[in-house]
Design a protein around this ligand. Structure first.
Ligand code: ANZ
Ligand code: ZN
Length: 821
């Protein structure tokens, strides 16, 4: 791009940025008696400077916010940073820096970039989750969760990343590997803190109904699958020589007569307990092998099934037949009861297992097939056989009946299971929010009193923060050793820090009153702004962050702290920015630098390119777009403003009607398009309007009031996507800043409406007369008018059918008319 473009862009950027900042253009009012809108961008993680992905996300979010401002809404558009976290900590360690120094210097860099990018943030909302003023309240909320029994500590087998030396939530294990560093995740038995999100599983599912209109269907589906509600039954199988039966969860209780053996998760406490002494050696060896596998590996269909017999015998509760009890890796310890009744004839995994070990296969649905031979489990419906009271029934009835049978026999009942697990929130790393608990030899777990919050992170400058399996906090003895808040005796602080997803589960509430000191947020302010009108962010947060934020909101509702069940009414997921078809990544070396693009083409050209590339949900391939073309278009738009020869305030009514129609139709369409987030098409319409205006001016109409009306409309519409150019146009048109608050142009419906058309009214195909109607008349209105016109001709004939070709023809077909044919 020419020197000129770059220099000019930089000069208007510097000029207007200073003006906007001085006059606080984007501060939310909050007290105004206007429609309010809370436009929220997922806040940034300070890993470095802003990148192309930010460029896209914030161009889109800003278009939404700026549109609401132009509509006259009081808009809260806050800014902040998700500034605790493992990636920043690792990056800091690699550079031999303190995580705080690294993080806050990145924040400064990003803040400067955001300001240059012209995002309409209300900077007074600015927060960082790693500030003690913020995490004080993260800790306070943790304690309220604990008061409610929703935060608890428990030993369990957890995902462990050997590289990062920390536990991971199930959610952070992707295909068996650490989501952060890609290392294969293993299992460890550790005592960890959990949030009891499973208690909210039903509400998280059921309240998705409230989001049906505002959220992408695909995100709702991902959440639904993640929660994974299954309905079925719990059935108990007595075990010889053991008081307690083995309980299983099944989604197919109707197949219970086909259950021929039991399988217990090899890594469950139950398996270890059941294992007979003579099987112990085999069992231990098998367990050792299983520990290296991820849940995904274990569940993968089609892999050869393995297991060991436990040397125990169970009894079928309905037939009294003996059943062998096996341990295997294909049953997961963390799901249901960690044990299944194997129905090899009707469950593929059970069939694979039965065939591998020669266990009995007994079909209970008669289809004439023999799975033991075919190797394919039967899923088809059919009359049940060998199933006692179910014989002859079909599946629906059998499913209903069996619950009664099980209940009568006292060995089972209807049950529900969820895939969702409780949320493991503790991390053995430094750069996070300390867990506000003290462990006392005599009092046990003692919460740090509210008035002593925050529990500040110790500085640990100069200490080795490298992953070592225990939190670096454990080594900070001065920090760890404290008097017990309850008895005053010697005690130790909890040395874990919280998952950063905890920090981001409530930041949108804090934004409403970021400086509030009497609680996590001012209830008044939250009532004013929440729930969020429009949330904008990446689909990579479709499950975790959104589920956690929804969970927090529901808990806060139960605590009486908020009075709504869902935090985000509408969600927009922008696509990714790619280069030559693949995601940009440092390792691939195909990064495009946002700062470099801005230096070359200017902020506005980059922003416009981002929104013009396609619908916001689609990926943008930077190889296929033209920021230079965007810059040329913006220069063209700006020249229009220079060429207008009427004075500001000129009444448009005396302008050339044909042009006014184009202007008003463009604004009308752009309004619909922006409302529906079709920004790319809205930009195309603006481009067309610019062309029409250029021709009009060049044809000698520079003084036409309609030309001014049109160019002013271009400035306002463009202010959503190219704020600097729009502001510059506005000034050259003779207005004072800011175009951002100029107000959305009003559309005159008479100028938008297409001309009237003539509609022919017929009875049985014979002309009765003509009526003049609007081109966009509804069928219903048209038939009404036509009926009036044809009233005399219809007299008391019975109309059997009306043929409508809106807006040009209505034909009434009558019983008599048909008779004549
Ligand atoms: C008998 C049966 C017969 C089953 C049949 C299925 C089909 P979802 O839908 O995921 O809830 N199951 C139960 N607990 C398990 C565990 N801890 N690990 C692995 N598998 C487990 O699946 C529930 C079904 O998965 C249950 O129903 C059980 O197998 C198995 F024709 O029981 B079923
Ligand atoms: Zn104590």
């Amino acid at each position: 791009m020419s020197e000129n473009t770059a220099d000019f862009a930089a000069s208007i950027q510097n000029k207007w940025r200073a003006v906007w900042e001085r006059s606080d253009v984007f501060a939310a009012d909050g007290d105004a008696d206007r429609n309010r809108a809370y436009v929220l961008d997922m806040f940034a993680y300070p890993s470095g400077d802003l990148h192309m992905g930010h460029g896209e996300a914030f161009a889109i979010g800003d278009a939404v916010a700026r549109y609401r401002i132009q509509r006259g809404d009081d808009v809260l558009h806050p800014v902040g940073w998700d500034s605790f976290g493992l990636p920043a900590e690792n990056a800091a360690i690699k550079r031999d820096l303190h995580p705080a120094d690294w993080t806050y210097s990145n924040i400064d860099t990003q803040a400067e970039s955001f300001r240059r990018y012209g995002v309409s943030f209300d900077w007074s909302t600015r927060l960082h989750t790693s500030d003690p003023e913020y995490y004080r309240w993260t800790q306070w909320l943790f304690l309220r969760f604990r008061d409610k029994g929703l935060a608890y500590r428990q030993q369990s087998s957890v995902n462990w990343c050997p590289k990062d030396q920390t536990v991971l939530a199930n959610e952070q294990v992707v295909q068996g590997a650490c989501e952060r560093c890609g290392t294969q995740v293993t299992k460890r038995d550790l005592t960890q803190w959990f949030f009891r999100i499973t208690e909210y599983a039903d509400r998280l599912l059921d309240d998705m109904e409230l989001l049906r209109d505002g959220w992408p269907e695909r995100v709702l589906t991902m959440q639904r699958n993640w929660i994974g509600r299954s309905t079925g039954a719990h059935i108990e199988f007595p075990v010889k020589g053991r008081d307690e039966p083995i309980a299983v969860f099944t989604t197919r209780p109707d197949t219970v007569y086909g259950a021929t053996f039991l399988v217990v998760a090899v890594d469950s406490p139950l398996a270890a307990e059941l294992c007979a002494p003579e099987q112990r050696a085999d069992f231990d060896a098998y367990l050792e092998r299983t520990r290296k596998l991820s849940d995904i590996d274990r569940l993968t269909a089609g892999t050869a099934k393995t297991g060991v017999p436990l040397g125990r015998t169970a009894v079928h509760p309905l037939t009294g037949e003996p059943m062998a009890v096996w341990a295997s890796d294909y049953v997961l310890a963390g799901y249901g009861s960690g044990a299944v009744m194997a129905v090899p004839a009707h469950d593929q995994r059970d069939l694979d297992f039965a065939r591998a070990y020669g266990l009995p296969v007994r079909p209970v649905v008669a289809t004439g097939e023999d799975p033991a031979m075919t190797g394919t489990a039967i899923d088809a419906d059919g009359p049940y056989t060998g199933s006692g009271p179910l014989d002859g029934l079909l599946r629906e009835e059998a499913t209903e009946q069996i619950l009664a049978v099980l209940e009568r026999a006292g060995c089972g009942s209807a049950g529900v299971q969820y895939r969702l697990r409780d949320w493991l929130v503790s991390r053995q790393r430094f750069w996070g929010c300390p867990i506000p608990i003290v462990h006392c030899g005599s009092c046990g777990e003692v919460p740090v009193p509210d008035e002593q919050l925050p529990v500040r992170l110790p500085d640990l400058r100069g200490a080795d923060l490298a992953p070592a399996g225990v939190s670096p906090l454990a080594a900070a003895e001065d920090w760890v050793n404290v008097p017990c808040p309850s008895c005053g005796g010697p005690a130790q602080r909890d040395t874990d820090t919280m998952d950063t997803f905890v920090d981001s589960s409530w930041y949108f509430l804090r934004y409403c009153s970021p400086d509030y000191t009497d609680g996590p947020f001012d209830p008044e302010a939250v009532r004013r702004w929440m729930p969020v009108t429009q949330y904008v962010g990446g689909v990579e947060h479709a499950i975790l962050h959104l589920l956690y934020a929804r969970f927090f909101t529901k808990v806060l509702q139960d605590l009486g702290l908020v009075d709504f069940p869902e935090p985000f009414l509408a969600l927009l997921n922008q696509g990714q920015v790619l280069l030559n078809g693949s995601a940009m990544s440092k390792s691939k070396g195909n990064m495009v630098d946002l700062g470099g693009q801005i230096a070359e083409f200017g902020v506005d050209a980059v922003r416009l390119t981002m929104v013009f590339a396609g619908p916001p949900e689609d990926d943008v391939d930077w190889a296929d777009v033209s920021p230079a073309g965007s810059a040329r278009f913006l220069a063209r738009a700006l020249r229009l403003a220079d060429d207008i020869e009427s004075v500001p305030g000129t009444a448009p009514e005396s302008g050339v009607l044909a042009l006014r129609r184009v202007v008003h139709r463009t604004v009308d369409q752009a309004t619909q398009l922006v409302e529906n987030h079709r920004f790319n098409v809205a930009v195309a319409r603006i481009m067309e309007l610019v062309n029409v205006l250029r021709k009009h001016i060049d044809a000698g109409h520079a003084a036409d009031p309609a030309a001014r009306e049109g160019v002013e409309a271009v400035a306002v519409l463009l202010s959503l996507f190219a704020p600097y150019t729009a502001e510059e146009m506005w000034e050259r048109l003779g207005h004072r800043p800011s175009v951002a608050r100029a107000g959305w142009p009003t559309v005159d419906p008479r100028l938008v409406k297409e001309d009237d058309v003539v509609c022919v009214v017929q009875i049985n195909g014979r002309m009765q007369g003509r009526i003049e109607v609007g081109a966009d008349i509804t069928e219903e209105d048209l038939v009404g008018l036509a009926r009036d016109r044809a009233a005399a001709g219809l007299a008391d004939q019975e109309v059997t059918r009306v043929v409508v070709r809106a807006p040009r023809l209505v034909n009434f077909v009558t019983a008599e008319g048909r008779g004549k044919k």
